[in-house]
Design a protein around this ligand. Sequence first.
Ligand code: GRF
Length: 187
Amino acid sequence: MKNIAIFCSGSGSNAEKICVFFSKSKDVNVVLIATNNKKAFVIERAKKFNVPFFVFSKEDLNSFTDLQKKLTEKQVSYVVLAGFLLKIPNIMISTYPKKIINIHPSLLPKYGGKGMYGKNVHQAVLRNKEKKTGVTIHLVNEFYDKGEILFQASCSINKSDDVASLSKKVQLLEHKFYSLTIKKFVS
Ligand code: GRF
């Protein structure tokens, strides 16, 4: 059995999909949802699915002491970032080398890096009149959105698309492929 922890700063629609996907799995268990935002809606989702949750501060993340204790206590072997907005500190990356996975709402290396999250990504994609966009699932290293790519899927952009319609298209891809990619990677 592989135990995974999900890190999330906001709504957690991907976190929910992952919880549902693995709820009957014999190989992968979601043992913790961790957030840096005590008001994040993902906490409601954790309660709904009976997954323990843990709230920590930016300082806790950067010192990686209590958080590491928590991950060790829960025997976490993989960390899944799903809408997590803080930078993962190097100490955590070296504790979990090639074991931290992230999802990004663009076709990396395009539209990645600091400040490129949520609507900012889709706005930039539309501004540049791209013909397609998509989703990238990748490992986390010391550099924002630069780790090894595990999976990408794309969707086309029409003249009528705006930020809202693009967010929806990309979110559909995220919901469809994140859990499957996690399963493939950890097993
Ligand atoms: C997703 O678009 C993901 O690609 C990005 O943050 C968003 C999280 O959405 N990293 P949600 O909280 O899962 O709804």
